[in-house]
Write a protein that binds this ligand. Sequence first.
Ligand code: ADP
Ligand code: ASP
Ligand code: MG
Length: 400
Amino acid sequence: MAIVVQKYGGSSVSTVEKIKNIAKTVIDRKKSGNSMVVVVSAMGDTTDELIDLANQVTDNPDKRELDALLSTGEMRSAALLAMAIKASGEDAISYTAYQIGIKTSGQYGKSLIEDINKDRLKKSIDDGKIIIVAGFQGINEEGNITTLGRGGSDTTAVAIAAKLDGVCEIYTDVDGIYSVDPREYKKARKLDEIDYEEMLELSSLGAQVMHPRSIELGQKYNIPIYVGLSNSKIKGTIIKGESNMNMENKPVTGVATSDDDVAVTIKNINGEINLISNLFESIASKKINIDMISQTAPIDDKINISFTIPKLELDECLNILKDHCNVKTQVDVDEDITKFSIVGIGMKTTSGVAAKMFKLFRENNIQVKMITTSEIRVTCAIKHEDKLRTVKIVAKEFNL
Ligand code: ADP
Ligand code: ASP
Ligand code: MG
């Protein structure tokens, strides 16, 4: 019997009616000869509401307690779905991360799944039960509840599929992966397939449809991930290795944008490499993710250095800078940053893609504040107000 691991996102479990419908769908799939494991997110906007509650209690909620609070949203959905399935006459059992040993490492709020104890899952499958797992949560080395970062239930599903050697299906509110977020560009094209490498870049750069770590795990364990609507004849997208999409020979597969970053500029800092290296090491030691970096040419051995970091990590970063910079150093923060990225494996073999994009920017007066590139992406920091028109112009040019 095949093991099918399905994940239903927040909008898919937002009402009791929807939960009852999922129960029916899952039971039917089991009856057609599969073992079912279902990972659920918190209902609708529950996670946002819980964060809001915490912020009403204090400006700076304790990270351990915040994870304990946020994990409750998924537990509610899991118990409700198990009840709905049982009420329809099929056996089901809900599990929290603790109950099936989802071990995590790293920091609260962005922990990484290290392992899952499959014994209890296997036993429940052998007993013929439909398993419902609360997504987004884990247990760390100290036995405390952790969460995996916003959107992390995708990762719970892929990790379980990898552990049980099952197939993985992610059900959400969009009928597949599009070349551009359909909320930002109505004419975006749905992709039949997309390569892990491209999807990892897109999701890391802001395409919230998949949690980046889920793609990393999919790629590592070679688990194809289906993304689409549940109970629909409309075909979704398969994320897999060596997808056929590049037969089309398109240099750019998709666009991602993110408003979640800020740019920090340190002015007038001594350009000596040891100092710079110590500074970045201190930032890295706090697991603050730096993305774009640029630096000016030295004048009297002094340079300006700019980099982007997630908005949420700004305070922590500024505290580190206080320890490293002397009084003459000035630190500026630019909050008006949208990261705009184009991604495509085709860029490895096509030259002139960045040049084409910059020409478009010049012709349309789009100011570029910072740039980074890799073999398969070009990212520019632009102003918020330019985001939607940039998406449109670039999507049109690259036929996305
Ligand atoms: P869920 O609650 O099911 O996890 P999410 O809100 O996390 O759903 O992700 C689905 C949303 O991701 C869609 O509504 C869509 O607007 C957005 N999205 C961003 N980029 C893309 C993309 N390239 N393709 C499809 N959807 C995208
Ligand atoms: N409920 C969590 C969130 O809103 C996790 C998830 O939906 O995957 O981010
Ligand atoms: Mg999501």
